[in-house]
Ligand binder design. Sequence first.
Ligand code: E4P
Length: 215
Amino acid sequence: MRLFLDTANIDDIRRCAAMGVVSGVTTNPTLLAKEGVEYRDRILEICEVVDGPISAEGVALTADELVEEGRRIASWHESVVVKVAMTEPGLEAISRLAAEGISTNCTLIFSANQVLLAARAGATFVSPFVGRLDDGGQDGMEMVREAVQILETFHLPAQVLAASLRHTRHVTEAALAGAHVATVPPAVLLQMVKHPLTDAGIERFLADSTNYSAV
Ligand code: E4P
């Protein structure tokens, strides 16, 4: 499973990318709004830091407008993937953009049927939102498991991008479910690095290394 960062914060992206574990980035209008920067400028900055798919979201509401917006967003940089919400015009836009060779990420997916539709329309990535379903008392990860099974059964090339992940256990479960990608907030990725026994082990080794010379 590849790890994408779910943020538009360039400092967090630089810090996490330096560890060599980040294969892409997802953004959305909410994440961008927190940064107070121009959308295109920030996407281009991110493309300079991370060599991989960078999702940038369209906000138009009709298929024609979404296609036009998608073409414009895709022209910013070869790494850009156009994020399109799961709606009827969104599916039409995804299929028309796919026919032009433009990569898309179908977002705001909350059911396995929506996964099937997005994959059939030609989405490159399908993004089931785990945390938001969990918030409503459902099992969001079950949707990821179903998504992986459906795409594998019918040999559909779309990749399952587990989204709306809120904690480290979500990441493990997405990997066990066979998700191709998990997009992870920086705080969760940094938490994945840590374990109290690692810290205790380092402390002990440091305390015991008084007569130790590594060189
Ligand atoms: C990523 O593509 C999504 O926009 C993001 O994971 C949503 O996460 P949230 O439900 O925590 O806002």
